[in-house]
Write a protein that binds this ligand. Structure first.
Ligand code: 6GU
Length: 242
């Protein structure tokens, strides 16, 4: 997979070369390019934005510069991702879809946005998603790109040291649409708090049942929206009693 990022803050993307992602680059599993949008400006001020048509606060990023940048960075087979708080939600399903792509291009705008014609024009040639990483507003898309790239790259074959960790996604974090319950390791007692007895019982049916109950309880408390979204038949008689 190749990943390109276009931004006015290229140094913000330096963490892409650290830790897990850096190892994936060193091992040839991904190629990463970070590009300074101002490299496509021609004026002495290297201006990338202008006042919005129709008035209002903030500035809008100019189409000519973005158009030239995307013409150079995108190619046959690219998928363009535009981070914006006005986008569709980025979730684990979208991370899996992106992990199948050969070339992802992220176009980071400031939050007032990029002239919409840049996105509409790109969509004439390639798949384009405007995506949000949550219901809050960031100054620009850079931090969102770090989040999304990490979620995608960890799914690529060979990136995680222990392949069971990626597999484990299917029964942790959002398994069956539920949040993961609590985890414990040694010592058995720490600051007067003991590990739940059931986890030391060796009875795996009982442990599975306990873990599911913990997941249900935690999800009901923290993410009632996920409980409401469960398929009708996904709760059994015992679950309903919890
Ligand atoms: Cl993807 N970008 C910006 N600028 N703000 C956001 C966001 C993205 N997701 C949530 N807030």
């Amino acid at each position: 997979m190749r990943i390109d990022v276009v931004t006015i803050f290229p140094e913000y993307l330096d963490p892409l070369r650290a830790a897990l992602l850096g190892r994936a680059i060193d091992r040839g599993l991904i190629e990463v390019g970070v590009h300074d949008l101002r490299g496509w400006t021609h004026d002495v001020h290297r201006a990338v934005d202008d006042a919005p048509y129709g008035g209002g606060p903030g500035m809008v990023m100019k189409p000519q510069i973005w158009g030239a940048a995307l013409d150079d960075v995108c190619a046959e087979g690219s998928r363009l991702v535009v981070p914006t708080p006005a986008g569709r939600p980025f979730d684990q399903a979208l991370a899996h879809a992106y992990a199948e792509e050969e070339h992802l291009v992220f176009a980071c705008g400031r939050y007032e946005g990029i002239d919409q014609r840049v996105i509409d024009d790109a969509a004439r040639r390639m798949p384009v998603d405007e995506v949000s990483i949550g219901d809050y507003v960031l100054v620009g898309g850079e931090a969102a790109v770090l989040v999304m790239v990490e979620a995608v790259v960890r799914l690529l074959p060979g990136v995680l040291g222990n392949p069971a960790s990626a597999e484990q996604d299917s029964f942790s974090a959002f398994s069956g649409g539920l949040l993961e319950g609590p985890s414990y390791t040694r010592p058995e007692v720490w600051r007067d708090m003991a590990v739940p007895d059931v986890l030391r019982s060796g009875n795996h049916a009982l442990i599975d049942r306990w873990r599911r109950d913990e997941s249900l309880e935690r999800t009901a408390l923290r993410r009632p929206d996920l409980i409401a979204a469960l398929p009708e038949d996904s709760l059994d008689a015992h679950d309903r009693a919890v």
